[in-house]
Ligand binder design. Structure first.
Ligand code: PQQ
Ligand code: CA
Length: 557
């Protein structure tokens, strides 16, 4: 097979039948131009084949693994991962799926599973040269030979001894693999790291929390030396803008999550979008969504790069319930709009500043709407969106012709009880959250479309359950799945449901599409894992019946 080069990655959209990036292209669009499956034919979509995968073993605090990966497809060969990081090469030719090889990285399940806040998660693979590049929960970057399935080399990037894990797929930029880290619930100091795929060595590592004396370090105040354990994880794969040579990557919550008085100040660069110079990792610009966050609103969501009205935008659906557009050349705020039905932590985003209306730059500890904010004075608070956010990691998709952006929404509120943290509460490999959530309210979901020309909501398709899988867009359809098992196709404009199939498992992964032998297929991993089971299931009691599973579903006309 042809090696995957930066040139091919730059032109990924020209390989119509392939899907060689995690987010389909560098701009993160998850948009396929394939049209055999369209709004007239989609009613005839049927299961073409399925394949059982593995990876549901328990480990650490987790009773089972799940599937969150996006399949990669190159010339009929598919590469998928399971939650424990096993990599499967599947030959999709001839109308069926045949396992060619499986690479088991022998993840240390106890070591890593004990410090994975939110599930046994692995979101997929990347291609470079003749290698398939993946991560493991125990913090490795693994390069596997595409033909043989043998591990060519590997490198420890994150350290579970410090509470660090890796759940995202790598992003390949110019012969480098970019890795993000998880662990903001365990008092880590977050970073983004680049590994040179030729020398197998680290090129740069940019911390998301400035060191002493660096710009931004003044946003960490008080006596606790809070910056050293301030979180700022980077656990979702970012995007890359070749024209400005900028990697755009989201940063997670500050720690401790719900005791923001422990860490007075804005806490840069937590809950921010970063623009990084690709060659050096230098931070060129930032935009922060929720300063001094008391809600656990990680801003890790992928930033889609779209050009609208002569402006180069980065658009992001934040956990705090607002979709944002910023200028991706300088991080300047352009617009924000609520994409959930209910927001109670703020009255809204100030259109002049891009900050929540209640944000007071002269205050070190923000209370926003105090009655809905957990704090020492308000030990138990209900807020919306709940702490899993209005949108979590499941990716959005963008239709560049319709200029519509599709968000997989968690329509939610929950209850958080605040606990005051001290420096004595900070112990390696232990939760450092300053409280915890309960779920007295029912949580539902929606596909919400935003018109990026106006920044306004253009439509909403409500779903009984939160959307924990993510989106795929095609010229006249959008696809998603539900944790109750349904995979569905909606009309791209009206969002009317045109097709649905019940998989019998829980969908926790994004759909993708490809062609082989001239025929279009839709593929999706089915197996409920992630955070929901452990932390949020009481809000969706029916989902308690969903059993662990690990199946690849592939559909065709
Ligand atoms: O701050 C972090 O380091 C971190 C990591 C992860 C992860 O790596 O999966 C999640 C979260 N936070 C998180 O807050 C969260 O709600 C969440 C949900 C999921 C999931 O896969 O369902 N992962 C994570
Ligand atoms: Ca988090």
């Amino acid at each position: 097979a042809d090696g995957v080069t930066q040139d091919r990655l730059l032109n990924a959209d020209k390989e119509e039948g392939n899907w060689i990036h995690h987010h389909k292209n560098f701009a993160g669009h998850r948009y396929s131009t394939l049209t055999q499956i369209n709004k007239d034919t989609v009613k005839n979509l049927k299961v073409a084949w399925t394949l059982q995968l593995g990876g549901i073993e328990p480990g650490g605090i987790w009773s089972h693994g799940g599937l969150e990966g996006t399949p990669i497809v190159e010339n009929g060969m598919m590469y998928v991962t399971d939650g424990w990081g096993s990599l499967y090469k599947i030959d999709t030719r001839g109308g069926t799926g045949r396992l060619v090889w499986k690479m088991d990285p022998k993840t240390d399940k106890e070591w890593a599973g004990a410090v994975a806040c939110c599930g046994v998660n692995n979101r997929g693979a990347a291609l470079w040269g003749d290698l398939v590049v993946t991560h493991t929960l125990d913090g490795r970057l693994v390069a596997t030979n595409k033909e043989t399935g043998q591990v060519a080399w590997q490198r420890q990037v994150a350290d579970p001894d410090k509470g660090e894990t890796i759940t995202g797929a790598p992003l390949i930029v110019k012969d480098m693999a970019i890795s993000g880290v998880g662990g903001a619930e365990y008092g880590i100091r977050g970073w983004i790291a680049a590994t040179d795929l030729k020398s197998e060595k680290e090129v740069w590592r940019t911390f998301t929390i400035p060191g002493k004396g660096e710009p931004g370090s003044e946003t960490w105040k008080g006596p606790n030396n809070a910056a050293v354990s301030g979180g700022g994880s980077t656990w979702v794969t970012g995007t890359f803008d070749p024209a400005t040579d900028t990697i755009v990557w989201g940063v997670g919550n500050p720690g401790p999550d719900w005791d923001n008085a422990y860490r007075p100040g804005d806490n840069l660069y937590t809950d921010s979008t970063l623009g990084l110079e690709a060659a050096t990792g230098k931070i060129k610009w930032h935009f922060q969504h929720t300063p001094n966050d008391p809600y656990d609103y990680d801003s890790v969501s992928e930033n889609l790069l779209v050009d609208v009205g002569g402006r180069k935008l980065a658009i992001e659906a934040d956990r705090n319930g607002f979709g944002y557009a910023v200028d991706r050349t300088n991080g300047q705020f352009v617009w924000a709009t609520p994409f959930v039905k209910k927001v109670t932590w703020t009255k809204g985003i100030n259109p002049d500043t891009g900050k929540p209306f209640e944000y007071d730059p002269n205050k070190d500890v923000q209370r926003y709407i105090a009655a809905n904010t957990p704090s020492a004075e308000n030990k138990t608070a209900d807020f919306c969106p709940g702490n899993m956010g209005g949108k979590n990691w499941p990716p959005t998709a963008y239709n560049p012709t319709l200029q519509l952006w599709y968000i997989p929404v968690i329509e939610s509120c929950n209850r958080v009880t605040h606990e005051e943290m001290t420096t004595a509460s900070l112990k390696p490999r232990e939760f450092f959250t300053g409280g915890g959530p309960t779920n007295p309210f029912r949580i539902t979901g929606s596909v919400t479309a935003i018109d990026v020309k106006t920044g306004k909501v253009a439509g909403k398709h409500e779903t009984q359950f939160p959307l924990l899988g993510g989106m795929l867009a095609t010229p006249d359809l959008v696809f998603t799945g539900e944790p109750s098992g349904g995979v569905m196709a909606l009309d791209a404009k009206s969002l009317d449901k045109l097709w649905e199939f019940r998989t019998g498992g829980g969908v926790n992964a994004p759909p993708m599409t490809f062609t082989v032998d001239g025929k279009q297929y839709l593929a999706i991993l089915v197996g409920l894992g992630g955070a929901w089971d452990k932390w949020f299931i009481d809000s969706t009691p029916e989902l308690k019946n969903i059993q662990p599973g690990s199946t690849l579903y592939v559909f065709a006309l």
